[in-house]
Design a protein around this ligand. Structure first.
Ligand SMILES: Nc1ncnc2c1ncn2[C@@H]1O[C@H](COP(=O)(O)OS(=O)(=O)O)[C@@H](OP(=O)(O)O)[C@H]1O
Length: 322
C-alpha cells in the first residue's frame, strides 16, 4: 500500500461508483496532498471504506456532520484513518475538495461522494486545503451551521519543511528551501506569499473561520501529540464528536521501522496498518539559521493563535526541525 494505512482487502459492498471514479481521476490528476492514496485506491477500485470491522453498505448517503479541514501536512491522514476505526464513523478515503475545487458541482454531487451511513453514524471527510480557502467557512456554514470542524496543527516551521519535502519529491529541480523561504535573504525578509509559509500563519486563517463558527465548534488537534500519544488525542476527538471512546491505546503500536504509531491488526483479519511512504518522509537538512529566522517570524502569529484557541501548542520550546 502506498499512502493510506496499509489495510485489509475491501469489503464486498464497496463497489466503485461513477462519482467516486470521477473523484479518483481528479485526485490523481490534481496535486492533491494525498495523491498516492488516490492512485492506490483507484487500483483497488474503491474510494471509501468504513470502520475496521467492515460495515456493510447499508443505509443512506448523508452530507458530513464533521470535517477535518486542515492543515496540510499536519497529520490529517493519520487522524482520519484512526477515527474511521470507530464503528460509528464512516469516511471518504480520498479528499473530495468540494469547498475549494468542486463547489460548482453542487451539494448532491458532494452527498453522493459520501459513504452510506446508518442512523447515529457520523459522516466525515478530510480536505486539508479547506483551512486556507477563503470561501470555505462561508460555504460550509451555508451547508450546515452546526457542523463540527477539526484542525490538526503542527509547528509551522516543520510543517513548511514537510510541505516543501512533498513538492521536492515530485519536482526535484525546484530551488532549495532556503532560497524559496526568503524575499531577501540578506535583509532576512521572509516570503510570506510562498504557500509553504503562508499556510502556517494559523491565526490569520482562523480569523476567517471565526467569522462563521464559534470556537466551541472547532477542535484543534496537536500534530505533535498525535504522534507521541495518538490515543490521548483520539480521546479528545471522540469526545468532541460525541462518540464513545472506542479508539484507545489498544489500537496503536509504535512501529520502529516506520518511526510512527501504526494501527494494530483488526481482530477479524488483515495486517497492521502504517501510513505509506509519503507520510513520514525524511526532510532535507535546512540551514539552522533559516530555521531560527522562521521560528522568529512565526512567533507572534503562534502567540496570537494560542490566545485565540486558548491552547498552548508549545512550538517555541522545540529546537530546530522535528
Ligand atoms: N501515524 C503516523 N504515520 C505517519 N505520519 C504521521 C503519523 N502521524 C502523524 N504523521 C505526520 O503526518 C504528516 C502528513 O500530514 P498529512 O497527512 O496531513 O499530509 S497531507 O496534507 O494529507 O499530505 C507526516 O509529515 P512528514 O513526516 O513531514 O511526512 C507525518 O509527520
Amino acid at each position: 500500500a502506498r499512502d493510506a494505512w496499509l489495510r485489509t482487502p475491501l469489503a464486498p459492498g464497496e463497489m466503485i461508483t461513477a462519482q467516486s471514479a470521477l473523484l479518483e481521476r481528479e485526485a490523481q490528476e490534481s496535486s492533491t496532498t494525498d495523491e498516492e492514496l488516490a492512485g492506490r485506491r483507484a487500483a483497488n477500485g474503491s474510494s471509501e471504506r468504513g470502520g475496521a470491522a467492515s460495515t456493510p453498505d447499508y443505509g443512506e448517503k448523508k452530507l458530513p456532520q464533521a470535517l477535518i479541514i486542515g492543515v496540510k501536512k499536519g497529520g490529517t491522514r493519520a487522524l482520519l484513518e484512526a477515527i474511521r476505526v470507530h464503528p460509528d464513523v464512516r469516511a471518504v478515503g480520498v479528499e473530495p475538495h468540494f469547498f475549494d475545487r468542486n463547489y460548482e458541482k453542487g451539494l448532491e454531487w458532494y452527498r453522493n461522494v459520501m459513504p452510506k451511513t446508518l442512523d447515529g453514524q457520523v459522516t466525515m471527510e478530510k480536505t486539508p486545503s479547506y483551512f486556507v480557502t477563503n470561501e470555505a467557512p462561508k460555504r460550509i456554514h451555508a451547508m450546515a451551521k452546526d457542523i463540527k470542524l477539526i484542525v490538526v496543527v503542527r509547528n509551522p516551521v516543520t510543517r513548511a519543511i514537510s510541505d516543501y519535502t512533498q513538492t521536492l519529491s515530485k519536482k526535484p529541480e525546484i530551488p532549495t528551501f532556503e532560497v524559496l523561504a526568503f524575499k531577501n535573504r540578506t535583509l532576512g525578509l521572509i516570503d510570506a506569499s510562498w504557500s509553504a509559509i503562508r499556510i502556517g500563519i494559523y491565526a490569520l486563517h482562523l480569523e476567517n473561520w471565526l467569522q462563521y463558527f464559534p470556537l466551541s465548534q472547532i477542535l484543534f488537534v496537536s500534530g505533535e501529540r498525535l504522534i507521541v500519544d495518538p490515543a490521548g488525542e483520539m480521546a479528545k476527538v471522540q469526545d468532541f464528536l460525541g462518540l464513545k471512546r472506542v479508539v484507545t491505546e489498544k489500537h496503536f503500536y509504535f512501529n520502529k521501522t516506520k518511526g510512527f504509531p501504526c494501527l494494530k491488526k483488526p481482530e477479524d483479519s488483515g495486517a497492521p496498518r502504517c501510513l505509506g511512504k509519503s507520510k513520514g518522509r525524511t526532510h532535507p537538512h535546512i540551514d539552522p539559521d533559516v530555521i531560527h529566522r522562521l521560528q522568529k517570524f512565526y512567533r507572534p502569529f503562534n502567540m496570537m493563535f494560542y490566545q485565540m484557541t486558548g491552547q498552548d501548542f508549545q512550538w517555541e520550546r522545540e529546537e530546530g526541525d522535528k
